[in-house]
Design a protein around this ligand. Structure first.
Ligand SMILES: *[C@@H]1O[C@H](CO)[C@@H](O)[C@H](O)[C@H]1NC(C)=O
Ligand SMILES: *[C@@H]1O[C@H](CO)[C@@H](O)[C@H](O)[C@H]1NC(C)=O
Ligand SMILES: *[C@@H]1O[C@H](CO)[C@@H](O)[C@H](O)[C@H]1NC(C)=O
Ligand SMILES: *[C@@H]1O[C@H](CO)[C@@H](O)[C@H](O)[C@H]1NC(C)=O
Ligand SMILES: *[C@@H]1O[C@H](CO)[C@@H](O)[C@H](O)[C@H]1NC(C)=O
Length: 406
């Protein structure tokens, strides 16, 4: 078996390829109870493969509920077992601001408590831990909506004390703070992308607040112009720090032709935006909420498995612009107590589709069922609390029986 491992290493073009190959190798091995040795069925194996998509993501949300470092590391470990390679860290949202920003040290006054915070060294620890395992960390600040917690430390970021989001578009301080955050991020989060959100912007506080209304009038802008102005100015700041930008799809839906040409549009609303994004020549990540949202607790693993990111895109040039897909573990209804069984095994069903050649993916779930149930048991053996397959969505074991039948 050492010979096999060496062969694996010889063929890989990068250290991450070797890591993925050894991961596969470890999953082929099992303990033989008669010989008391580690066995490899049907050897020799010749496996030659490569991922279909370069971006295979999983989102975690540490604003709705804080996730301890050990929990995040556990998520990263399990990602490597299914060869997911991007941890999309939705760090901050309206409910809490858990991370330290040295440039603006009062931002994490918006955390839930002192024990629900990440220091910069914590963030570095996560990034290094992930990197050693072939996982990139994509940091997100979601602006200008989803940012109410920013104003706990700096109330001038709110339109007013009674109308607290989106961030005040009329105040240059808002953009100074974004610049400070992205400057601090660029020292820690070395992945080439940063995520700037841009979804679900309710602009009514902008028109209801006198000083912002006046600013809009003086600048001859209505609220849609101001939303675009905000997103584009934030993009420029991120680019000045060396990042390429990912934005949620509303930005494309509202002013796609104005976005920086290197923008990656992150789908979530429905199934039909990806073809439009790639036809416009921009890149896309697919996360349609009807299939790939893990917080939909009753969404089935079959739905995760059958969701095809290239649906509706026949042109091969355009297909290449779909850099991948991502399953999303939004945090409203989960925390450290149940995140593992909510993510797994459903995320692994999507991971197989993101890795395997399309020709090898069946159009139904019959052949995947036994593979996924064995993989689920492997996760359990490795200490991951992956839930049973049987039933709708995230479930508990149904009756006594062997692991693979649950
Ligand atoms: C922020 O927290 C610091 C202590 O951590 C405190 O001194 C300061 O008053 C707080 N500021 C606001 C605006 O809450
Ligand atoms: C705010 O920043 C913009 C863009 O840099 C600049 O044109 C404008 O004069 C600034 N406004 C104030 C009040 O400083
Ligand atoms: C937008 O925000 C205003 C004020 O905060 C609120 O009254 C309104 O219901 C919101 N609209 C939507 C569509 O959520
Ligand atoms: C806002 O103004 C732009 C022109 O600057 C116009 O095209 C657009 O329809 C307006 N939007 C709304 C919601 O009034
Ligand atoms: C793409 O191909 C499929 C099957 O080959 C076909 O049903 C569909 O109409 C095509 N779509 C477009 C947009 O050409």
């Amino acid at each position: 078996s050492i010979g096999n491992a060496l062969h694996v290493l010889q063929l890989a073009q990068t250290v991450f390829g070797a890591l993925h190959a050894l991961q596969t190798f470890s999953q082929l091995c099992h303990f033989e109870f008669t010989s008391r040795l580690i066995g490899l069925n049907s050897a020799p194996w010749m496996i030659s493969d490569a991922p279909r998509f370069p971006y295979r993501g999983l989102l975690i949300d540490t604003s709705r509920h804080y996730l301890p470092l050990a929990t995040i590391k556990g998520v990263i470990d399990a990602m490597t077992y299914s060869k997911l390679n991007v941890l999309h860290w939705h760090i901050v949202d309206e409910q809490s601001f858990p991370i330290e920003i040295p440039s603006y040290p009062k931002l994490w006054n918006g955390s839930y408590s002192y024990s629900e915070r990440y220091t910069m060294p914590d963030a570095i620890d996560i990034v290094r831990y992930a990197e050693k395992r072939g996982v990139n960390v994509l940091a997100e600040i979601d602006v200008p909506g989803h940012a109410r917690s920013w104003g706990v430390g700096y109330p001038e970021l709110w339109p007013s004390d009674s109308c607290r989001e989106p961030l005040d578009v009329s105040n240059n301080f808002t953009f100074k703070v974004i610049d400070g955050i992205l400057s601090d991020f660029s020292k820690v989060f070395k992945f080439k992308f940063v995520h700037l959100g841009g979804d679900e912007v309710n602009t009514s506080c902008w028109t209801e607040t006198p000083h912002i209304k006046e600013w809009l009038n003086n600048n001859h802008m209505n609220v849609s112009d101001a939303y675009r102005y905000f997103v584009l100015r934030a993009q420029k700041i991120a680019i000045s720090h060396g990042y390429e930008v990912i934005n949620w799809e509303e930005t494309f839906n509202n002013f796609g032709d104005k976005l920086d040409r290197k923008t990656v549009v992150h789908n979530w609303l429905g199934g039909d935006v990806a073809p439009k994004v790639v036809a416009a020549g921009l890149r896309c990540i697919v996360s349609n909420q009807d299939k790939w949202y893990l917080d939909h607790l009753d969404a089935t693993w079959e739905g995760f498995y059958l969701n095809e990111p290239l649906k509706g895109i026949n042109n091969t040039e355009q297909q290449r612009l779909v850099i991948g897909g991502e399953v999303c573990m939004w945090g409203e209804q989960i925390d450290a107590s149940d995140i593992e069984q909510t993510i797994w095994p459903r995320a692994a069903a999507a991971a197989e589709r993101l890795w395997s050649p399309l020709e090898q993916i069946a159009e139904d779930t019959r052949s995947a069922t036994s593979r996924l149930s064995r993989f689920r048991c492997l996760l359990n053996q490795r200490g991951v609390a992956a839930a049973p397959l049987a039933g709708n969505g995230r479930t508990a074991p149904y009756e006594p029986g062997p692991c693979v039948r649950q």
